[in-house]
Write a new protein. Sequence first.
Length: 148
Amino acid sequence: MDDCSHRKIDDLEIHKWVSACFYEMGISNVELAVRVVDRCEMLDLNTKYRGRENETNVLSFGNGDIDEFGVRLLGDIVICAPVLSEESLNQGKEQAAHFAHLLVHGILHLLGYDHLQDAEAEEMESIEARILSTLGWSNPYIEKTDDD
């Protein structure tokens, strides 16, 4: 993925982040699709499937079927590269760390986690921070200060 900063994120990195999430959540024998899209496609998906006429950073589409080999088809994660780049820049985050965070966030949605209520959000954010720490990144919900 060319994330607009000339930093290439390759499939091996994405696989590592997904694997770390699955390991931490105690999940195995699953398949997940990850797609990186532009603004136009994300706008289309968000409008069509969520009724929201704006692009967003990540969408999760659950499946849950079991294939002929007994593998659970967890679903699809769609990430909008330009939104990811903008958010990384605006939030002062490394793009790879933000990409990993969005992947983990999307996977947790596919596993039934949500953030509609405060207690749900706290639980989900705590799990995300724990998984990202195994990858060597800081808690994405702690705001950076000028002293950081």
